[in-house]
Design a protein around this ligand. Sequence first.
Ligand code: B12
Ligand code: SF4
Length: 462
Amino acid sequence: MRITFIRPHMTDARASDSLEPLAFAILASLTPPDVELTLIDERRQPVPDVDTDLVALTVETYTARRAYEIAARFRARGVPVVMGGYHPTLAPREAARFADAIVIGDGEPVWPAVIADARAGRLRRIYQAAGEPPLDGLRPDRRIFRGQRYPPMRLVQATRGCRYACEFCSIHAFYKQSLRSRPVADVVAEIEGLGGGHVFFVDDNIFIDRPRAEALFRALIPLRIRWSCQVSIDVARDPALLALMARSGCVTALVGFESLDAANLRQMRKAWNLKDGDYAGAVRRFRDHGIMIHGQFIFGYDHDTVDAFDRAVDFALEAKLALAGFNTLTPTPGTALDERLRAEGRLLFDRWWLDPAYRWGAATFRPRGMTPEELTEGCARARARFHGYRSIAWRALDRRANARRPYNLGLFVLGNVISRREVARKKDRRLGSGAPLEPDGTLDEVVELPGAAVARSGGGSR
Ligand code: B12
Ligand code: SF4
């Protein structure tokens, strides 16, 4: 049997920020050895019409349209298609209209059954594990990445889920309250087997709780690696943990500042971001330990007006952030934000991710403090200002973090070059190729899907 893993791209341009799609290494490790596996990453190469017995797509909301186009091509040739990942999990009824089977939630517990059913020619429509299986014993098989020439940034996952519940967040929609961590020994064994490279912990919040974070950081020290992560700002209130984080090799941390406005933070259920004082203090503590900060900001909450963009960029420059994202608040399916904006009648698109008129970076709803056009343009202006050469040079002149060591500076320059290129490439791009979509049935009618092992309620109703 031949299975082709496909990682679709969101636009029709190539991408320079593509990293190893970890989900496929995990699935590969659970695939029987007689199955021939191939990986096609559309961010790096076009998808050819390969001969295969099953296509398995990993799908996010931004890549959903493109995934459906690719699926249609294979299904027209009689090749069955299975989809998994964030989007099929959060919009299962929609995704099921473009695939033979979808996987809701974790792939590990159901992947062997998907293969067995595909072999027997009787794929079910939906696969979903009951409950939240523990993460013990995961051994991603990275042989699937051979020949792809990904950058030497190795994706490793130590935990799944986040203890917070920000209104806009797909992570919370996907994992809800569930918080799981892998045994530290498994994570260490995996890193030891990588044979080098910078480790990027893809955990949504590596500070899942103090004892587990501390145990992981302590175990990393003897490995003498350098690593990056995503972390909630409250880690900065704990100087001992921050020091341990730096000692164990943490070089960059992605921090969701989101907004400088306390009322916006309250509305997005992230008031805790300012619980320990203003951002300047937290930034200082990260930088005192030489940890570079990748800040994320979103715009369009009710208390934002047109001056929010410049204020955020001023802060990002003042704080000498190594990298920063300036994003339009965008409702993704299954989130509380999507539900609220829909109920308030403020959406500009029913499903922006499928709408041929949508362009990357554009407002998808009517903000209160500005027009949708001002929101779109304000974010584009903020990105352009932050990624300008003067800004890059100013931020590079930072001996405490960005230029603390040659390694930091190298990462800083590379990150800024790639980020500058990617924001220019994605700007105003449509998602997918623009080809018309042909779902099985209509997207608006709500039908029960046959064969659903466990039906999810609430957010996953699309
Ligand atoms: C690393 C990362 C990136 C990297 C790229 C990663 C790469 N491989 O190249 C970078 C930084 C470049 C990036 C960019 C973006 N990202 Co990103 N990224 C992530 C992150 C942190 C980790 C991804 C990962 O490896 N996860 C670990 C794997 C194991 O988990 P998984 O993919 O969910 O897979 C499991 C299941 O879902 C399932 N599964 C998944 N696929 C399949 C397929 C099959 C067939 C089966 C059976 C099962 C299955 O099985 C797996 C094991 O259980 C996630 C958050 C997260 N925790 O996942 C965000 C995330 C995926 N990104 C997100 C977004 C929005 C983006 C951007 C669009 C941001 C932007 N504004 O531009 C861009 C563009 C992405 C694109 N589509 O091109 C969102 C997607 C939300 C959504 N509703 O789709 C996430 C969830 C972050 C968030 N907080 O909301 N990203
Ligand atoms: S802290 Fe980050 S990962 Fe956690 S719910 Fe909020 S946005 Fe999502």
